[in-house]
Design a protein around this ligand. Structure first.
Ligand SMILES: CC(C)(COP(=O)(O)OP(=O)(O)OC[C@H]1O[C@@H](n2cnc3c(N)ncnc32)[C@H](O)[C@@H]1OP(=O)(O)O)[C@@H](O)C(=O)NCCC(=O)NCCS
Length: 139
């Protein structure tokens, strides 16, 4: 049985994590190039909470979040398409919960598109809509 291990992301992982981000997001029709994924991962290096999932020493998933007062904000999570549906996302999510509880945080929060596949997955992980709606305007 191939066990999934969860550990903190290191600088040396950034290239692999960028590839996973591109492949995971492209699998749900979010067109991320490798270049944009690298920029995103690089810009999120300052985040206080960055996890990766490994299977047989290969990185297969990642989760990036940040602490905001009493809340863990999840920015992104992705699993390599060929490894989806095998409990890796859930293992990363549980890693995030463990961190939040150890850090005495009270909440975990994220922004999600109700039309996305991930929306139902977040509900599966126990999240509920809180009534706030994201707003924006073109500049
Ligand atoms: C969303 C994502 C991280 C989930 O990871 P995963 O490894 O495929 O999910 P898991 O196998 O851990 O699923 C955990 C549970 O959710 C269920 N599940 C899986 N996909 C689901 C979905 N789309 N909707 C509802 N439940 C789902 C599984 O059946 C499993 O149920 P169980 O606890 O009863 O066994 C992954 O599919 C992904 O990378 N998607 C593309 C990127 C993305 O959209 N990221 C989110 C936006 S940042």
């Amino acid at each position: 049985m191939n066990k999934t291990s969860i550990r903190q992301m290191r600088k040396v992982d950034l290239k692999d994590v960028s590839t996973i981000m591109k492949e995971a997001f492209n699998s749900v029709d979010q067109g991320w190039s490798l270049k944009d994924s690298k920029i995103y991962i690089d810009e999120h290096q300052k985040c206080s909470f960055r996890l990766i999932a490994e299977k047989e020493s290969k990185i297969v998933g990642f989760l990036i979040g940040d602490k905001d007062v009493d809340t863990l904000i999840i920015h992104s999570i992705g699993v390599l398409p060929e490894h989806m549906g095998k409990g890796i996302g859930k293992a990363l999510w549980e890693g995030a919960l463990k961190y939040a509880r150890n850090s005495k945080l009270d909440n975990i929060r994220l922004v999600a598109d109700p039309k996305s596949e991930a929306f139902m997955w977040y509900k599966r992980m126990g999240l509920k809509e809180n009534g706030w709606v994201e707003m924006e305007a073109k500049l």
